[in-house]
Design a protein around this ligand. Structure first.
Ligand SMILES: [Zn+2]
Length: 404
């Protein structure tokens, strides 16, 4: 039996309900065989367990590991040239005409081998780990043809075996339409429904099915068709919803019982009403809107005050959010969306776990949860978002093992 006691922490943020009392001062965390056993008064636990291995947190703060519940972390090359064009004022359409945009990532994934994609993805997961992300969702969606979507999902499965993190796979064949199907969109959806989804389900390559619903991308009827086919094959629905314009996507997510509705930068009044009355998690991705230079953000305050479960994630991808930093996301949530530091920490941990339907305690330090925890060299949890995406992280533990 492996008994470890994390001691000398000024605060332990359990992120477990009731949230009013989830910041525990001068507490220790008892971990047995990779599982959280107890969070309690430090002196008492130290006296009771004199032989436990001690991890001295040096007056810092302990939180659960981050759960980054929305990423596109398996891709080929970066797209910095495109960013430079955009900074000089070029429009998305002009960039696309010059070979940029999502099509650049689609060309990469189609051309590269599984091994090449894996070699490029592992360092990205390592960067996420060093930033405190111990659970990560990764989507396909840069293949947009059956063989390449399956290839991308197999890379995600290999990451699941090789990376220290828990990796949760999502099928996103409906990320966009491939260039040769722009004028026959329903024919591409036929391929998703009749070929891709059955193949993904047969190989058990994904837990979730996702669609990019947005004016110009997938319509409500098209999104419904894809998500219902996924449900029929055991893939849980989620949705890229109302990112730039509202199109009833949040409402559709609720109607289909989606686990989460993601983005919501332009959610309508009806959408807010639907989400707050549902179990669908409102997942907010502020780095994307910041990086694109947008001036308005998802209405986090109204969603929270209305009772929605909110999750925060990076949207890590080479086009619109090339950052793996959950700490930065938390800062933006507080500075741009009016979230309180504790709300942001909960949304980046327990909220992310809810958005991935993980019910084993992941994202919390509740008894029985996997011992995924972070030790920060800060005096109070408010400092985590305050130190502007760069709060000093001194250690990362995954299932009780130090991994960074
Ligand atoms: Zn996305």
């Amino acid at each position: 039996m492996n008994v470890a006691l994390f001691t000398n922490a000024r605060e332990v943020v359990t992120c477990a309900p009731p949230y009013e009392s989830c910041v525990v001062k001068d507490a220790a965390v008892l971990v047995i065989d990779g599982t959280i056993r107890e969070v309690g008064p430090a002196q008492q636990l130290e006296r009771r367990l004199p032989d436990a291995a001690r991890i001295d947190c040096r007056g810092g703060v302990i939180t659960p590991g981050f759960v980054d519940s929305h990423t596109h972390a398996v891709f080929g090359g970066w797209r910095a040239a495109e960013y430079a064009m955009r900074a000089r004022g070029m429009s998305y359409m002009e960039i696309a005409e010059r070979g940029g945009g999502i099509n650049a990532s689609v060309r990469d994934v189609r051309a590269m081998s599984e091994q090449e994609l894996l070699d490029r993805s592992l360092p990205r997961l390592d960067a996420m780990l060093r930033g405190g992300t111990t659970t990560v969702e990764i989507k396909s969606g840069y293949g947009l043809e059956t063989a390449s979507e399956l290839k991308q999902l197999r890379v995600i499965r290999t990451l699941q075996e090789h990376a220290p993190q828990t990796v949760v796979p999502t099928f996103l064949g409906a990320h966009d339409f491939p260039p040769d199907f722009r004028d026959k969109r329903d024919a591409y959806i036929d391929i998703i429904v009749n070929e891709m989804i059955p193949a993904v389900a047969a190989e058990k390559l994904a837990v979730f099915c996702d669609v990019f619903m947005e004016p110009g991308a997938y319509t409500g009827a098209q999104a419904r068709r894809v998500l219902e086919a996924g449900i029929a094959h055991g893939l849980k629905p989620k949705l890229h919803a109302d990112e730039f314009a509202s199109s009833g996507a949040a409402e559709l997510a609720v109607e289909l019982g989606a686990v989460s509705a993601d983005h919501l930068g332009a959610i309508s009044e009806q959408g807010i009403a639907a989400i707050t009355a549902s179990k669908t998690v409102a997942k907010l991705l502020p780095t994307t809107l910041l990086f694109l230079g947008k001036k308005s953000y998802a209405p986090a305050r109204r969603l929270l005050d209305g009772g929605a479960t909110v999750a925060l994630a990076t949207d890590y991808n080479p086009g619109t959010s090339p950052t793996p930093s959950m700490a930065l996301v938390l800062t933006l949530a507080c500075s741009l969306m009016g979230m309180d530091p504790l709300e942001a920490i909960i949304a980046g941990t327990a909220g992310g776990a809810r958005a991935l339907a993980l019910d084993d305690g992941t994202g919390t330090l509740a008894p029985g949860a996997p011992a995924d925890l972070l030790v920060w060299d800060i005096a109070a949890h408010d400092e985590l978002p305050y130190r502007f995406g760069a709060a000093p992280l001194t250690g990362v533990w995954k299932r009780g093992h130090r991994v960074a």
